[in-house]
Design a binder for this molecule. Sequence first.
Ligand code: NAD
Length: 436
Amino acid sequence: MNIAVIGTGYVGLVTGVCLSHAGNSVTCVDIDKDKITGLQNGRPPIYEEGLGELLQTNLQRKRLHFTTDYQKGITGKDVILLAVGTPQNDDGSADLSALFSACRAIAPHLHEHTIIVTKSTVPIGTNEQIKHYIEQAACGMSVSIIAAPEFLRQGSAVHDTFHGDRIVIGGEDSEAMQTVEELYRPFNIPIIKTDLRSAEMIKYASNAFLAAKISFINEIANLCEHADANVEDVAQGIGMDRRIGNHFLSPGAGYGGSCFPKDLSAIMSYGRKLGCPLSILESVQNVNERQTNILVEKVQKRLGNLTGKTIAILGLAFKPGTDDMRNAPSIPLIKKLMMSGADVNAFDPAATEHAKNILPREVNYANTIDEALANADGAVIITDWQEIKDYPLESFKNHLADPVIFDGRNCFSLDRMSESGIAYYSIGRPTIHPNS
Ligand SMILES: NC(=O)c1ccc[n+]([C@@H]2O[C@H](COP(=O)([O-])OP(=O)(O)OC[C@H]3O[C@@H](n4cnc5c(N)ncnc54)[C@H](O)[C@@H]3O)[C@@H](O)[C@H]2O)c1
């Protein structure tokens, strides 16, 4: 099929590259000239495993193209995928300005019955507005609109695109729905077909449920600490119940990223507008906000006054496998430590360049874990990169004067830590004091 993808961010780029790899001719359109120039030359602007290779392969095969020119990108295409960002407005609602700006830009270049597929996460009712808006902008020309929300996870985005749990296709036009089904058929992923509004709701309800699972286990983890129980065993025990399931039951420093925080705010804002407040999700958000404080409190309790002390922060990205810093828990945590007087040495294998635009200027960036730990008074693990999990405990001891690790991701087993000679504070598990 001839496809255009509008917006070459985490979703648009990965989707465009994977659809071209499946044999389609794909043109990706973005307003960011630098991004497009880099992509034309085979350089992905984001870190995602496997993306660079697939990008280069399909550029060479000449079925993947990048442009900033809408006319060139859109003309003659059968299916247009919208994958621009839908960030958060100040009042919590979804900011749809980029989406409608993209709709305005594509409208003059469409032909009758072009299929518009919305991959962006949008509030319920938005796809109906998109159809109406495009048809008006295209002087009454008729288009078909499909809601196909995206479920890929950053850090495994390419894998998820080929091996997702389901594809949701929402629409009212059965012929257009069938075309989109054919587009995704080579991926061999179960497809669920529904109406536009239910498809939009599935995306928000999925993210809300996942965020709720994280806040639930974080709250149980905090209770475990007070009750001298071990949340790891608790999570295993409850997760073996198939009605609950064992995924997404790892406690930590809270969720972040470009989706959960803004999607929860958007669905809550939508609920308020309809006079149907979502009180569970309010608690989910509150628990998550508290969670980064808990690590800071542990550092303060152990190290006392932080003025003049140096803390090594290991991991900055909101999760391993990505360079994305949007709403990363490392941001409030580092700011709080610095406001308490601490100096911060930070290490991340991929996100440092993005972090520099977001974190306070005084942060010292390290190229290696060794460098971050050198002369530090303690280490705080915020992102469970494999490189951090594999780092030898002996080296923590060699670098830290009074070795102490505050582990926001429970990277190490308690058995291992109890033999390490390192003081170890994790989430929802007993603290290890080396000399006791
Ligand atoms: N990132 C994820 O893991 C993820 C997962 C599922 C769904 N989503 C949803 O997918 C959507 C995109 O998210 P993302 O993380 O890929 O965003 P992103 O910010 O990484 O990328 C958005 C891209 O759109 C481009 N853009 C903005 N306005 C444009 C316009 N008018 N025309 C062409 N390009 C334009 C930007 O330059 C940018 O490259 C959002 O709605 C998000 O909620 C994201």
